[in-house]
Design a binder for this molecule. Structure first.
Ligand code: AMP
Length: 380
């Protein structure tokens, strides 16, 4: 599945590509066409599912066809429970809107900071991302008008209700025009969320996505800090040192995958590459040999690896990190299944350090990072 099949314009596809999104997540596949058609949407999805882009992309597309916001009248209102989420949603909208021919003004407002600068910035805002309390303050100050909102998004509705925003939300609903498009996202359904769905949404298209794959308990994760030029020798060292008989290595490009395979073979380690440039026949054959234990190392790109139907692998190595934390979890989830334990190793260059921190934060696990200065990589 490609983003280009979802009905989005070229300028949005370009932004998506620059963010490194290669294919749409399930919630995006389903929500984007529904929102573009003008339907109300009920999305049962968690953070990490890609829900922000699932509503931001089609909203930006729709806004291109609408007249821009007048003065204090916002066209799209996104209600969120927290300041952090407000900033994240604003950033996603902003990044996705970068190449649009018509400029879309996006602003996040939230409590806990002074209201004046927000009031001054509000004029001409098309997409307002707001926490409920601060939004009502701004309405009271006459800084924003909600009577021309065409699209309402309730993001993390269950959390908003849990934080006690029910009354504020009800007051906001009364300020909105009756005719509008409504998108509601929530990790859970029930109680007050259900009431909002029945009173505010009209025949919503309902989309449910499974909770994000979590990291299996039995995976032993470790990372090695390494200079870029030492990655190849370190990989060969680890394969030999740990006597790995079956290991899946991830590379981010076809070229790197081929290079890794070439070097391994030169060093007497049986290896094959699995990527988009290989014919289906070659891929099937490589996989067959890998499963049969005739090839010790399979080097794959993320895309090609989706077709690998091996139930359990003892070792996964990230020669390069994936851009998205979700892909990281996918990759390492190929080991440590069922009752068997597995090991996931990542090679981290100084440039990757920050990104690896983000991955660890998203996954909610700390990974020990080992130094490699003491290792004897000579002759590898
Ligand atoms: P969200 O659930 O909206 O908070 O998104 C979770 C993470 O997934 C964010 O870091 C996004 O940048 C990332 N993301 C969203 N959609 C995609 C996609 N189609 N491919 C790769 N990463 C994505």
């Amino acid at each position: 599945m490609s983003f280009s099949l979802l009905g989005l314009s070229q300028s949005l596809l370009k932004a998506v590509q620059q963010l490194g999104y290669t294919s749409p997540y399930p919630i995006q596949q389903q929500a984007i066409p529904a929102v573009l058609k003008g339907n109300d949407v009920l999305g049962i999805a968690q953070t990490g599912s890609g829900k922000t882009a699932a509503f931001a992309l089609p909203i930006l597309e729709l806004l291109q066809k609408k007249t821009t916001a007048r003065n204090r009248f916002v066209t799209c209102l996104v209600l969120v429970p927290t300041r952090e989420l407000a900033m994240q949603v604003e950033e996603t909208f902003y990044n996705l809107s970068l190449h649009l021919p018509q400029r879309i003004k996006i602003l996040a407002v939230f409590g806990g900071v002074s209201i004046n600068p927000q009031m001054m910035k509000l004029s001409g805002t098309d997409v307002l991302v707001a926490t409920p309390g601060r939004l009502l303050d701004l309405v009271e100050h006459n800084a924003v008008k909600l009577s021309e909102v065409e699209i309402l998004v309730l993001d993390e509705a269950d959390k908003m209700l849990n934080l006690g925003f029910k009354e504020e939300m009800d007051r906001i609903f009364k300020l909105l025009p009756a005719r509008r498009q409504n998108l509601l996202f929530s990790a859970t359904l029930g109680g007050d969320v259900e009431t909002i769905v029945t009173t505010q949404l009209h025949n919503p298209v309902t989309i449910t996505v499974e909770a994000e794959a979590s990291v299996p308990e039995l995976i032993d994760q470790v990372a090695y800090q390494v200079a870029p030029e030492k990655k190849g020798p370190l990989l060969r060292y680890l394969i030999k040192q740990e006597n790995m008989e079956q290991v899946l290595v991830f590379a981010s490009s076809i070229r790197t995958a081929d290079n890794i395979v070439g070097k391994l073979k030169k060093n007497g380690v049986e290896a094959a590459a699995l990527h988009g440039d290989k014919s289906q026949g070659a891929r099937t054959e490589a996989l067959k040999q890998f499963k049969a234990g005739k090839i010790r190392v399979l080097v794959a790109t993320d895309l090609a690896s989706r077709g690998i139907d091996i139930k359990f692998l003892p070792y996964v190595i990230n020669y390069e990190l994936p851009r998205s934390p979700k892909d990281y979890v996918h990759r390492i989830g190929r080991t440590g299944r069922a009752e068997a334990s597995g090991k996931a190793i990542s090679l981290i260059t100084p440039e990757d350090a920050h990104h690896f921190k983000i991955i660890q934060k998203k996954m909610g696990r700390q990974v020990p990072i080992l130094a490699t200065d003491e290792l004897d990589l000579q002759g590898l």
